[in-house]
Ligand binder design. Sequence first.
Ligand code: DO4
Ligand code: MG
Length: 270
Amino acid sequence: MYLTRHWMNDRPRWAVDGVVLVPSFALGMLLEMPYTRYDEVLSAMTTGEAATGRLLAPIEASQEVWASGVTYLRSRDARQAESETGDIYAQVYLAERPELFMKAVGWRVRGPQDTIRVRPDSTWDVPEPELTLVINCHQEIVGYAAGNDVSSRSIEGANPLYLPQAKVYEGSCALGPGIRLGPADDMRGLPISLEIRREGVVVFSGETRTSQMKRSLEELVSYLFRELPFPTGAFLMTGTGIVPGDDFTLTPGDVVRVGVGELELENAVA
Ligand code: DO4
Ligand code: MG
C-alpha cells in the first residue's frame, strides 16, 4: 500500500493507493498501531474519493526525522577527504555505535513539490539520496520514503562540531513522494540513485544499492529507540552511498532527483 498526503479543500488529507482517507485519519494514529493491523485499518478508512491537489511531504508535525551517517564506504571516504579531522569518520564507520543525528521536525520537511535550499554561508553543498525508514512506536519498520539529506560539506569539513549547522537549516530535508508501506525485508536490496540537472543538462548521476550499507536497518533503528520513545512514530534516513566528486557543488536552479526503489523525489534548488 502507498500512502500520500495532499492539500485538498484547504487542508491536508492522507490517501492510500490514490484514494482519500477519512478526515480523522492521521499517520500518527497508524504508527501507534502494530503493523499487522494496517491493512484492516486503512481499508476501513477509505472514502472512495480520488486524491487530487498538491502533494505534501508524507509526514506530520509530531514526527521527527532522524538521520544516520557514515553507513556506506563512499560517505566515509568523502568525509575523511573534506575534513581536517578525518579519523573520526573512519572510527565511526567501524564502531559498534552508529552516528545518529536529528535532521528535522515534521513541519519543516519539504515535499515533492517544494524547493530545497543551500545555505548562503556555505561554499560547498551536496544532496544526499537516502532510504528513509518509517518506524512505528513499537519499533517496527513499516515502510519507506525517498529522502534528501541536503548538506554543507564546507561547514561540516571545517569542524565536525558544526554538524547541526551543516545539516539542519531551512529547506535541507526533503521526503516523498509518499510512503511505500511494507516490512524491512522489502528494503534490503533497493536501488538508490541520484541525478542532478543544471539548465536541463545532467551534471551528476550516480547509483548504489541499500545492500552496500555496512549496518543493518534494524541495528540503526534499535540505537535510535534505545533511550527515546516515539509515541507517534519516527522517520530515519539511513545514510548516503552516493557523493558527487569534490569539484561539484549544488547551486540554486539545479534540479535534484533522488530514486529509492520505485520512488522518485524531485526538487529544484531555490
Ligand atoms: O558524518 C556526517 C553525516 C554523514 C551523513 O549524513 C551520511 O553519511 O549520509
Ligand atoms: Mg546523510
